[in-house]
Design a protein around this ligand. Structure first.
Ligand code: GDP
Ligand code: MG
Length: 441
């Protein structure tokens, strides 16, 4: 498997300072194979790997991960980003009804999706109406009626016995009916063909033109692999669409089609279908798809665990130092950077249980002030950070000049640091942190 290959390519080479080009190339080679095996289109793979290489070459080596893991992490993050990062929500009309039109090849799963969407929309508090505009296949209308009944929603269909009706007309009348019966969302099911076909495209384009949908969802079977790209391009040019729905993800498709379609058309994947039942449906989750494409869920879990373990180790070390009163300004800076990476300080404190008073005090800390503190500490030599007691008057003057602040600010920081260290050591004693009560000042 890919993860075996990766591990044999690179053994633990922790903390080398920077990822070597050879490390990156070797890992990227393996990932390229994984992407191609997952049916991602070649031009998409090429562009993607080039982007990853560029990012990996500038990256610092993580202390927690070996180079292969680190490249995998970057690849995973980039994949998630390209797959949409956050899920795009349905575009709802300001003046209901919202019209959602489904388009795609025959057998892609449109009619099934209509039922799934209807059920899901109902769960979201909407009152959907399904409109049967597939008048091509003999029992397509009945199929939608059955699906609608299962989902517990109304279906608008042309009266039987009038010969082959006009789908554009049915779509229009369906929307009138929705207005009349106060449905706030209309899902328009359309006809597909086995292959890309001009007449089908024209019909879908005519429906789109006539009803001006708020969303046109291109429904594509994830199992068709590379063909997904040509089909998506044809629908993009022939009908146009605003979002993509992947179906049959319960099959053994590796999901490369998703990445290709997303990249080639630039439209977001919004929903995913993974079975024949109405419940087998969800909004699209880029992270799950990324891990499926890479086919290395286990490696990704390992990476996460390694990072968490490393964080825990660091936190433990910091706690030791706090408890024994040996905290240095270097630690202080590290902690500050770690915390700031996680977002504004006030938010972070909001997550701590019982941090009431401290929270109030810290809520007043403004981020600009933190920037200045950071600059001051950066202006110190390593020796000064490790042993702040040596920071005498002339050193303070030098630090102030170097970091562009007043001497009084440096004084302030150093004094407060000593106070804080003393206080934290006492608090650690009370809360029984490891190392508490052992020496220190
Ligand atoms: P349409 O021609 O685009 O309307 O496609 P249908 O909705 O009629 O679906 C074609 C076939 O695919 C049916 O047998 C469905 O039960 C099946 N199907 C649809 N979505 C899924 C899915 O997500 N997983 C699986 N396994 N089958 C699906
Ligand atoms: Mg159908």
């Amino acid at each position: 498997t890919l993860s075996d290959r990766l591990t044999s390519v690179l053994q633990n080479l922790r903390g080398k300072g920077r990822l070597s080009d050879a490390d990156i190339d070797a890992t990227c080679r393996e990932i390229r194979i994984a992407l191609l095996e997952a049916d991602v289109a070649l031009p998409v793979v090429r562009a993607f790997i080039a982007g990853v290489k560029q990012r990996a070459k500038g990256a610092e080596v993580s202390q927690a991960l070996n180079p292969a893991q680190q490249v995998v992490k970057i690849v995973n993050e980039e994949l998630i980003g390209i797959l949409g990062g956050e899920t795009r929500r349905l575009n709802l009309a300001k003046n209901p009804p919202t019209v959602i039109m489904l388009a795609g090849l025959q057998g892609a799963g449109k009619t099934t999706l209509a039922g799934k969407l209807a059920k899901w929309l109902r769960g979201q508090g909407h009152a959907p109406l399904l409109v049967a505009c597939d008048l091509q296949r003999p029992n397509a209308v009945t199929q939608l009626q059955v699906v609608g009944q299962r989902a517990g929603v109304a279906v608008f269909a042309p009266e039987p016995g009038n010969g082959v009706g006009d789908p554009v007309d049915v779509a229009r009348r369906g929307i009138d009916e929705a207005r009349r019966a106060q449905h706030d969302v209309v899902v328009v099911d359309t006809a597909g063909r086995l292959g890309i076909d001009e007449e089908m495209m024209r019909q879908a384009a005519d429906i789109r033109q006539a009803v001006q949908p708020d969303e046109v969802l291109f429904v594509v079977d994830a199992m068709i692999g590379q063909d997904a790209v040509t089909t998506a391009e044809a629908f993009r040019d022939g009908v146009g669409f605003t979002g993509v729905v992947l179906t049959k993800l319960d099959g053994d498709a590796r999901g490369g089609a998703a990445l290709s379609v997303r990249q080639v058309t630039g439209q977001p994947i919004m929903f995913a279908s993974n079975g024949e039942k109405l419940e087998d449906f969800d909004v699209f989750h880029p992270d799950r798809m990324a891990s499926r494409i890479l086919g290395m869920g286990d490696v990704l879990t390992l990476i996460e665990q390694a990072e968490q373990a490393f964080d825990a180790e660091q936190a433990e070390q910091a706690a030791q130092k706090i408890g024994s009163g040996q905290l240095t300004l270097e630690d202080f800076l590290e902690q500050m950077l770690a915390i700031r990476k996680m977002g504004p300080i006030a938010n972070l404190l909001g997550m701590l249980p019982g941090a009431g008073q401290m929270k109030e005090a810290m809520a007043q800390v403004d981020e600009k002030h933190l920037d200045r503190l950071q600059a001051i500490i950066r202006g110190m030599t390593p020796a000064e950070r490790a042993d702040p007691k040596m920071i005498n008057a002339s050193r303070r003057l030098r630090i102030a000049k170097g970091s562009g602040v007043q001497v009084s600010e440096v004084n302030d920081l150093v004094n407060r640091f000593f106070e804080a260290r003393k206080m934290m050591s006492q608090m650690a004693g009370r809360f029984g942190l490891p190392g508490a009560g052992r020496g220190g000042s």
